[in-house]
Design a protein around this ligand. Sequence first.
Ligand code: AMP
Ligand code: ZN
Length: 120
Amino acid sequence: MGFAENCLFCKIAAGQLPSKMLYQDQDIVAFADIHPQAQQHVLIIPRRHIPSMADLTMEDGPLLAHIFVTAQKIAQDLHIDQTGYRMVTNAGLHSGQAVFHLHFHLLGGEQLGPFGRTGG
Ligand code: AMP
Ligand code: ZN
């Protein structure tokens, strides 16, 4: 079922590594980021091992809708839906992607900074 043996997030999704799980169903899992970059920082991932958004196809449309609609629900649960939030996904070297299992960062709970290039 698309499990990658050496993948951290496959293991978290399978419950083989601990996490602070916020939501799970048959297809997706959401858990707290271990190094939060905002007051609220949640990672939402498909259970299926997809390395990054660079590997998505049109057939993944329903999966992506599922992830985004679940993000709305998580934002409501965390009471950040009224104050606003951001969804971000990194792909490849320049983005700084560190874990090569597709994940969406849901960030909020405080005013977020601008994004783009790092200083200098
Ligand atoms: P990225 O740079 O987009 O690949 O993001 C990877 C994210 O995974 C970072 O924000 C890390 O803090 C987070 N992370 C790494 N290991 C874990 C873990 N065991 N549990 C929760 N989050 C993690
Ligand atoms: Zn994986």
